[in-house]
Design a protein. Structure first.
Length: 285
C-alpha cells in the first residue's frame, strides 16, 4: 500500500518533453500558446489514474498518454506543470500555462471562463474498506434518483473527497438534501488531492472516499482490503481546457483528437485506462 500511496501523492512540479512529427498531422497554430512550438499544460499529478508520479519518478496515467500523444500530433513540445487541483483554474487565468489536461468536469461556471474540449467521460463512486457494510444500494446508471439510497447510507458518516471539484460539490448537495429531510448530513472531509482523500480512508479517518470512478478503482483494484461500493453517479464528460480567448488552441486540440481517433491511438488509450469515448470533441464557443 505504501508504494501505491507514494505514486498517488503530490510531487514537485517538473517538465517532460515529448516531440515528434507525423505525416499529414494537424499543427499547433501560431499564437495559440505562450511559446511557439511549446504546449504548456497543467495537471494535478496526485490524481491517479488520471495522472500520477510513479515510485521511480516517471509520469504515468491517462492524461500523460492522451496529451503526450496529442502534443505529438500537433508537432509540439509538451511542458507539464504539476499543481494541486484547487490551483489549476486560477493558474490558467493567470496565464501560467496554456491549458489544462487534468480530467476536469464540464459545468456551466467553468464554461463561462474556459473553452472546454470534451475528450473522455465517466462518473463518481464510493470506495470503502472491504469490511464496510456501505454499498447495499442498487443504483441504475443514468438514473440520478436511483442513487439517493446510496447517499442515504452516508447520513452521519465521514466521507473524504478532493476539494474544489465536482465530486465535492455533488457530495455537499447530497448532504444538504439529507439535512433538509431532517436527517444527519454527511461529514465531508475535503482534501487538496485525491491521494490525501484516499489516505484518509486508509488511515480510518474517514468511512469512505467519494472519488471519480477510475481513481477509486485504480486504488481498490491494486490494494487488498478495499472495494468499490458503487459507481456511475453524475456521469459526465471531461474536458481539456483553455482560456476563453484562446480558441486557436482549443481548435487545434479538437483537430489533434480527431486525428488520434482516425489512426486508432485515441481508442487504444481509452481501453488501456478503462474510460469511455465522448460522442464529439466539439466545444461550446
Amino acid at each position: 500500500m505504501k508504494r501505491l500511496l507514494a505514486c498517488l501523492s503530490a510531487a514537485v512540479a517538473c517538465a517532460a518533453l515529448f516531440g515528434g512529427h507525423a505525416a499529414a498531422q494537424p499543427s499547433l497554430p501560431a499564437g495559440a500558446t505562450a511559446a511557439s512550438g511549446v504546449l504548456a499544460l497543467a495537471a494535478d499529478f496526485a490524481a491517479a489514474p488520471n495522472q500520477f508520479i510513479r515510485p521511480d519518478g516517471g509520469r504515468d496515467g491517462l492524461n500523460v498518454d492522451m496529451c503526450g500523444a496529442l502534443a505529438q500530433k500537433l508537432g509540439a513540445r509538451l511542458e507539464w506543470t504539476n499543481l494541486a487541483f484547487p490551483g489549476l483554474v486560477p493558474g490558467l487565468q493567470a496565464k501560467r500555462f496554456d491549458g489544462l489536461c487534468t480530467a476536469i468536469f464540464i459545468n456551466p461556471d467553468r464554461l463561462r471562463i474556459m473553452n472546454m474540449v470534451p475528450y473522455v467521460q465517466w462518473g463518481e463512486g464510493l470506495m470503502v474498506p472491504a469490511t464496510s457494510a456501505l454499498g447495499a444500494c442498487k443504483p441504475t446508471l443514468g438514473d440520478a434518483a436511483s442513487f439517493q439510497p446510496c447517499f442515504d447510507e452516508l447520513s452521519g458518516r465521514t466521507v473524504a473527497v478532493a476539494a474544489g471539484g465536482t465530486t465535492n460539490n455533488n457530495l455537499k448537495a447530497q448532504s444538504d438534501r439529507l439535512v433538509a429531510a431532517g436527517r444527519p448530513g454527511i461529514t465531508i472531509r475535503a482534501f487538496d488531492t485525491n491521494a490525501d482523500a484516499i489516505q484518509a480512508v486508509a488511515s480510518r479517518q474517514a468511512d469512505a472516499g467519494y472519488l471519480n470512478d477510475p481513481q477509486g478503482a485504480f486504488f481498490a483494484n491494486r490494494t487488498p482490503g478495499y472495494k468499490i461500493a458503487w459507481v456511475g453517479f453524475a456521469s459526465n464528460q471531461l474536458a481539456l481546457a483553455t482560456l476563453k480567448e484562446n480558441t486557436a488552441l482549443a481548435d487545434a486540440l479538437v483537430a489533434g483528437l480527431e486525428a488520434m481517433k482516425a489512426d486508432g491511438s485515441y481508442q487504444r488509450i481509452l481501453e488501456k485506462w478503462g474510460v469511455a469515448a465522448v460522442p464529439s470533441f466539439a466545444y461550446q464557443k
